[in-house]
Design a protein around this ligand. Structure first.
Ligand SMILES: *[C@@H]1O[C@H](CO)[C@@H](O)[C@H](O)[C@H]1NC(C)=O
Ligand SMILES: *[C@@H]1O[C@H](CO)[C@@H](O)[C@H](O)[C@H]1NC(C)=O
Ligand SMILES: *[C@@H]1O[C@H](CO)[C@@H](O)[C@H](O)[C@H]1NC(C)=O
Ligand SMILES: *[C@@H]1O[C@H](CO)[C@@H](O)[C@H](O)[C@H]1NC(C)=O
Ligand SMILES: *[C@@H]1O[C@H](CO)[C@@H](O)[C@H](O)[C@H]1NC(C)=O
Ligand SMILES: *[C@@H]1O[C@H](CO)[C@@H](O)[C@H](O)[C@H]1NC(C)=O
Length: 476
């Protein structure tokens, strides 16, 4: 019964699933359901879509197995973010941070938007930048009221306890990730999900987070994983715009589904977008992709990070260094879009020799990126660098010369699969500045309307054209 229900909720794919052989398998189950409907249903209510092994009921974590359902599927990120080392400014203030640890006896509630519809998810928690174990005591998941992002409130009847190998707690070693058991949850693309973590012991030393969530998140002392509302006495000390510890919500979807991972800097991380609005260009692209039946199976995943560079580190590792962690280690990746390079040009010295060296370095690094991604059969889409002429970090003829040179290389290169021409989309008539009406005000980051232009003008045919990967077409 659970099988039939889950396949049906995969929507467009139900036809494909009801092959004659599958029907033969499922038909007896259907008849049984008709005859003993209530019995099967009560069983289903107890363990909605996964099976427990015999030892399961005890929750010892040993011999406990939960299988995603239906069996024929794959995990794909419904949401993910690039994990980073939390910088001092990104830590919560005292008393939530103290010499004995961060978030001791604290509950943290954060919302994330999913970019694909699903019926089953699992949570990924990152301890990748920490140097001590991370102990999550309890974790829950729920829907926020009115699908609101950035709220400390949840709808109580949607609350579900999250388990890890059947247990309520998990201890994640330094440098590692932790994954939850599958959770049954019917989600439409665009839904916000609220995740609440309780850390009895907090964490010592470095902690892992994504710096710029552009979404409010909240914390409070005590275990509030099952509370409707996190009690916030002071927004100054109990609210921030980061994503702590959580790094992906994976969805169990049909095997034909997959993700587009976006590798980028602050322009893709959403600087210039609105707090709690999820209107970064990747969110708007995700919404557009979902509006078309031809691309609905694609989840748009934002692995951008503010300040990110190609050739050297900022407060996050350079894109070459984070390629394994942020792309290749993710299940279900089908395509990669690269929009990187602006920060390398803007932080380099202004003399011609240095700027030319940045150009050479970028082109060589782009080639390295492409050959790594192609080795995993991943089509690569490359974005031209949009103008930043009015930005205080930019204006100089040398930077503009190098930007034009990079964009020329990108437009002419045959090494990757498609060009996404953000420069052409965003520039004004003169060519070295972003159009005034799409400028968030700093001369480089687009506003919501600019982000919409970027999302709406990407050619969606590239997904169909490269749906089978790069195969023998790849030149490198
Ligand atoms: C379940 O746990 C209890 C103690 O809590 C133990 O006595 C029992 O043997 C366990 N059963 C299984 C199947 O592991
Ligand atoms: C949800 O929206 C309804 C209708 O707009 C409103 O009355 C209600 O107060 C909202 N609830 C919350 C918790 O925001
Ligand atoms: C979750 O676990 C708590 C105990 O920590 C329990 O009180 C609550 O009923 C559980 N919620 C659900 C939905 O199972
Ligand atoms: C762990 O990281 C913190 C913060 O970066 C640092 O102060 C501490 O010395 C590190 N500890 C070890 C054992 O590396
Ligand atoms: C955890 O915080 C709650 C709420 O402030 C408090 O009641 C409880 O005593 C604290 N527990 C510990 C062990 O400090
Ligand atoms: C998209 O698919 C749904 C469900 O199969 C169908 O009802 C709808 O007409 C399709 N829309 C378009 C524009 O083809």
């Amino acid at each position: 019964m659970a099988n039939i229900l889950n396949y049906a909720s995969f929507g467009g794919l139900s036809e494909r699933c009801l092959t004659p052989s599958l029907l033969r398998l499922l038909l007896p189950a259907c008849l049984l359901t008709v005859l003993f409907g209530t019995v099967l249903f009560s069983f289903r209510d107890e363990t909605p879509a996964f099976n427990k092994s015999k030892a399961g009921g005890n929750n010892t974590g040993i011999g406990y197995a939960q299988h995603p359902n239906p069996p024929n599927g794959r995990w794909v990120d419904a949401w993910a973010t690039s994990a980073q080392l939390t910088v001092p400014l990104g830590l919560p203030p005292a008393p939530f941070d103290s010499p004995s640890g961060t978030f001791i006896n604290s509950s943290i509630r954060q919302t994330i938007p999913v970019s694909i519809s699903t019926t089953q998810v699992r949570l990924k928690i990152s301890n990748e930048f920490s140097n001590s174990s991370l102990s999550i005591t309890f974790a829950t998941l729920a829907l926020p009221p009115n699908n609101t992002a950035g709220t400390p409130e949840i709808i109580p009847h949607t609350l579900q306890n999250i388990t890890f190998g059947g247990r309520r707690s998990i201890q994640i070693p330094p440098g590692a990730n932790g994954f939850s058991d599958p959770i049954n949850l019917v989600l439409d693309a665009g839904s916000n999900v609220a995740i609440t973590l309780y850390l009895q012991d907090g964490q010592k030393g470095a902690i892992t987070s994504h710096d710029a969530s552009r979404t409010h998140m909240y914390w409070a002392f005590g275990d509030h994983t099952n509370s409707r509302m996190l009690y916030i006495k002071s927004k100054a000390t109990q609210r921030a715009k980061h994503w702590y510890f959580i790094s992906a919500l994976e969805a169990w979807v049909p095997p034909s589904y997959g993700s587009l991972i976006i590798l980028g800097d602050s322009l893709s991380d959403g600087r210039g977008s609105n707090i709690n609005m999820n209107n970064r260009w990747p969110n708007l692209l995700a919404a557009r992709v979902q509006r078309s039946n031809a691309t609905k199976h694609i989840s748009v995943v934002n692995m951008a990070s503010g300040g990110n560079r190609v050739l050297s580190d900022d407060k996050n590792p350079n894109v070459m260094a984070r390629l394994n962690r942020d792309v290749l280690a993710h299940p279900g990746v089908k395509y990669v879009l690269v929009y990187e390079g602006l920060n390398d040009v803007s932080v380099a010295e202004l003399d011609r020799k240095t700027q030319d060296a940045v150009y050479e370095g970028l082109i060589r690094a782009y080639q390295q990126l492409i050959l790594r991604l192609h080795a995993f059969n991943l089509p690569v889409f490359f974005a031209t660098i949009a103008p930043a002429g009015r930005s205080p970090w930019w204006p100089h003829p040398e930077r503009e010369r190098v930007r034009q040179k990079i964009n020329k290389w990108i437009r002419k290169s045959t090494l990757f699969e498609a060009v996404v021409d953000f420069d052409e989309i965003l520039r004004d008539e003169e060519g070295s500045c972003i159009r005034k009406e799409w400028d968030s005000g700093d001369g480089v980051h687009p506003n919501g309307e600019g982000f919409l232009q970027m999302a709406e003008k990407i050619d969606l045919d590239i997904f169909e054209r490269w749906k089978d990967g790069v195969g023998n077409w790849a030149k490198i």
